[in-house]
Design a protein around this ligand. Structure first.
Ligand SMILES: Nc1c(NC[C@H](O)[C@H](O)[C@H](O)CO)[nH]c(=O)[nH]c1=O
Ligand SMILES: CC(=O)[C@@H](O)COP(=O)(O)O
Length: 173
């Protein structure tokens, strides 16, 4: 199960061209991170993807790490895993908001990223979302990355037009 969805998509198949995925995790809460990693790896392996894992101190560093890997390595996609639990100050809003915004910006820039950063009010909510037999948000994030990789590959194979697109020629005058 991935989150609250009642209509989870089937994993894409890659027909021999195995995607390579980098898992970027901030194991801020150890037991939660262990569950997230196991679930994300299970989903990636079910789809035939290869994977590597890097760790960062906190979720705020995850987008920067993915940006570095996207510029300097050859991964097809990325799974961001972390757990942010609200404290007594506004720092929660910074970590949650900025990590989500930065990941979305990287995605719009062409990185295939599944965002599995858990953002919750308390540990009970975190445990429910990290549990592969309950909400399994890490598995859902791995699946999301795989779907984006499959989409990117399908689009690259789509026939490209030659010259101008109909109706796009510059108009006189
Ligand atoms: N409070 C949590 C953090 N805070 C640390 C930040 O993510 C970051 O590492 C720090 O501000 C230095 O840049 N990180 C989490 O992943 N989860 C938290 O609950
Ligand atoms: C998400 C956080 O940064 C938070 O856990 C830090 O706690 P606090 O806001 O009490 O400093």
């Amino acid at each position: 199960m991935a989150g609250h969805s009642d209509n989870v998509l089937a994993l894409p198949s890659f027909e021999g061209d195995r995607p390579s995925v980098l898992i970027v995790i901030a194991p801020y809460y150890g037991a939660i991170a262990t569950q997230q990693l196991a679930s994300a790896r299970r989903v990636l392996e079910e789809a035939g993807a290869t994977h590597e894992t890097v760790e960062l101190p906190g979720s705020l560093e995850i987008p920067t790490a993915i940006g570095i890997a996207h510029r300097q390595a050859e991964f097809d996609g990325y799974v961001a895993l972390g757990c942010v639990i609200r404290g007594r100050t506004s720092h929660y809003d910074v970590v949650v908001g900025e990590s989500a915004r930065a990941l979305a910006t990287l995605g719009l820039g062409g990185a295939c990223i599944g965002n599995g950063i858990i953002t919750v009010e308390n540990m009970e909510q975190a445990e429910e979302r990290a549990d592969a037999d309950r909400l399994d948000t890490a598995g859902g994030a791995a699946a999301a990355a795989l779907h984006l990789i499959a989409l990117q590959r399908a689009m690259k194979k789509a026939p490209q037009g030659i010259g101008f697109k109909p109706g796009s020629a510059p108009r006189d005058g």
